[in-house]
Write a protein that binds this ligand. Sequence first.
Ligand code: ZN
Length: 228
Amino acid sequence: MSFIHKIRKRIDRIRFKPIDVYVFHSVSPTFDPRCCVEQDWCSTQNFKDAIMKIKESCDFISLPEAYRKLKHNVFRLKRYAVLTCDDGFVSALSVLPFVVEQGIPMTLFINAKYLDGKSVREGYSECPQYIDADQLNSIRSDLITVGMHGYEHVDCTCLSASDFARSVERCVNILESHPRFIPYYAYTWGRWNDTTQGVLKRMNLIPVLCDGATNYRYSHGISRLCLV
Ligand SMILES: [Zn+2]
């Protein structure tokens, strides 16, 4: 790397502070194996501690605001963070009052099929419980937005382009009537390939990844880190 290139990179690090986008899944005071697998769970206390710690050094902004800053290379002399929640487990509702009280925007990535209050994910029995349509529609805060996590919670890299497109379309059709729907699609388990990217691009949806990276600029999706 040339000297000039190194200097430019250093200046860019000052002008464009990274944006960390965090994801969590299930949160409750104690772990209940009927509600989720252990790697998807965090305790309510750890969740709150992690949020307060991030707040010491970052301003929380919404996902669309983060995308705008990254996509258009908006100067970022301060560090920003974004909060997202995947899977739509009902336990996530228990931390909404805290999130809203802290003035933190948050995006819930939902599997539209499970909003009927009875469908469950393949491989699970009746648990975990999912947020249903009434619960989703009764969230009043403007801070909470709704994105997509697929119609069902399946590995979209195993689907053909047409099956994936159909699944995304079903998800859009159900969720787009939500007043705070945003056109962002969080890949299940963070798995994606050129086919899935092509489908989302054609449908004007923004991919959200789960690659453990932070964001300096937008390229092919928004990177995310696990909250705890
Ligand atoms: Zn998921």
